[in-house]
Write a protein that binds this ligand. Sequence first.
Ligand code: GRF
Length: 216
Amino acid sequence: MLRAVVCVSGGGTNLQAIIDGIKNGRIGNTEIVRVISNNKNAYALKRAEENHIPSVCISPKDYADRGEFNRAFLEAVQKASPDLIVLAGFLVVIPEEIIAEYRNRIINIHPSLIPSFCGTGYYGLKVHERVLERGVKITGATVHFVDEGTDTGPIILQKPVEVKEDDTPEILQKRVMEQAEWIILPEAINAIAEGRVEVKNGKCRIRKDGKDRDNG
Ligand code: GRF
């Protein structure tokens, strides 16, 4: 059973997609063992409670400095003994010690086709505002492993979404969530749970078969 910790900051629609994916069998052999949020008002915490998933709020505001927060966050993650950490709309920079300890076991969902419209300052609605400003015709979402950079780790899955003439950032965000994020994040978690995802020379591939689990 893959033990997943899901980190959230907002509405939790990606968390909900994982919960639903486990319920309907699109995600096999996986359990969300803990939800961690930096925002005590995140609706994602309500979704965790409704689904009887243990959750905790660890906010940088509650600690004297970033070092204290990083230690508390690392402890909250380690306590859950995760096989996988999923950043699902999580707006806090992951401490380097966690990235080192969980190398290629932290994934993030980003609402664009990386390497476009990503990096510092590109999150949430801002991504879609930039997409519309630039006038691109296709956008989408990306699931990638998290490394020390911002949105720079090995890409696991991507899914394109059409940009329409009269899109607003909000309409586009919803389409990208519905047609891409909520599909590829469960798909990536399921592939990891089946041991079909491998990273070689910084590139990721998903094996189609369900052969024995990687020991990487
Ligand atoms: C969304 O913009 C999503 O693209 C990004 O984080 C935001 C919040 O998502 N990953 P959620 O509804 O909290 O999952």
